[in-house]
Design a protein around this ligand. Structure first.
Ligand SMILES: Nc1nc2c(ncn2[C@@H]2O[C@H](COP(=O)(O)OP(=O)(O)O)[C@@H](O)[C@H]2O)c(=O)[nH]1
Ligand SMILES: [Mg+2]
Ligand SMILES: [Zn+2]
Length: 295
């Protein structure tokens, strides 16, 4: 028996699959002590365990660099916010939600627009204009036709990257195109509901180029619970410079006079779609807090 350290790459049926730096995989359970502390381990966690053969008992978890709730994962280097240009349609609101969650967790993010051959006129260009201006790189690709995949792939070596986005946008297809030794199951988009079937059922880290990539299941609705704790405006990175010009320190950039953010939206310095996402998310967070207050 010896004490080893490794990373949880998959959590399935009550077992944690832990990979050590020498690329060995151990099937682990959690020690009673850790269980009692009600600390839940997630994919990406670095743990130490007592090894017996190819099995282990996890006794401790190392401090996390960061943590994401959706997808549930720790110690991520890059979030790839994944959408399709069409089928299912791109959503500015959903993209801004995912970006805000990545900001909140302090994880760098880029945007990947798949199915570019289906893109409505101007969509890729306007996404570039809006997001690259504020420092989120936009990759337009066709996983099916192999276009643009090399540029995306170049981001990944040595990192733990996670694809986060709705189901049916082509996350699994993109990963298969990045690494043709992967054979992730992909799903046909249902004509009826316009969404992909849930073919990827849990988050798992797949070894790639000295790091890992994570395929994740899509999500139905995205709740913004962690954002309730802070100030939503600070997760919209381009607001900061203009918020400094608001008359009130406590300005929420909604109804207040002399608001630097609203002035920037009017001038076109802040994208109208971003401001609109901010207002919608603010309302959703407020409604969720009120629901909790009543309980
Ligand atoms: N037209 C087109 N379809 C694609 C592309 N990439 C994936 N798809 C299709 O989109 C559907 C959903 O893909 P999948 O990878 O399962 O999406 P996921 O749910 O995000 O993992 C499948 O039918 C794919 O064949 C693409 O670049 N162009
Ligand atoms: Mg999938
Ligand atoms: Zn303001």
């Amino acid at each position: 028996m010896s004490e080893l350290t490794g990373r949880i790459i998959k959590n399935y049926n009550g077992y944690y699959y832990v990979e050590t730096p020498d690329n060995k995989l151990y099937t682990c359970k959690v020690k009673g002590k850790l269980k009692k502390e009600k600390f839940s381990l997630v994919t990406g966690d670095i743990v130490s365990f007592e090894q017996v053969g190819d099995e282990g008992m996890i006794g401790a978890i190392m401090p996390r660099k960061n943590f994401l709730q959706r997808p549930l994962m720790a110690n991520i280097d890059l979030v790839i916010v994944a959408f399709a240009c069409a089928n299912p349609d791109f959503s500015f609101l959903l993209a801004d939600k995912l970006l805000a969650l990545a900001e909140w967790a302090r994880i760098p993010a880029v945007i990947c627009l798949n199915k570019r051959e289906l893109a409505p006129q101007g969509l890729v260009e306007s996404c570039r204009a809006i997001y690259e201006k504020i420092g989120y790189k936009v990759f337009d690709i066709s996983a099916l036709q192999g276009q643009g995949v090399a540029e995306l792939k170049a981001l990944l070596p040595g990192k733990i990257s996670v694809f986060a986005g709705p189901s049916g946008v082509g996350k699994s297809t993109t990963l298969n195109a990045i690494d043709n030794s992967l054979t992730l199951v992909t799903g046909a988009v249902s004509e009826k509901i316009g969404r992909g079937r849930h073919t990827t059922r849990f988050a798992q880290l797949l070894p790639f180029a000295g790091g890992y990539v994570a395929d994740t299941p899509g999500f139905g609705n995205l709740n913004l619970e962690e954002l309730e704790l802070g100030n939503l405006a600070s997760e919209f990175r381009e607001f900061a410079d203009y918020a400094a010009q608001c008359r009130f320190n406590s300005c929420t950039h909604t109804h207040e006079p002399d608001c630097g953010v609203k002035a920037a939206v009017e001038r076109g310095d802040i994208a109208a779609s971003r401001y609109s996402s901010y207002l919608t998310m603010l309302e959703e967070i407020k409604a969720s807090k009120e629901r909790k207050g009543r309980r």
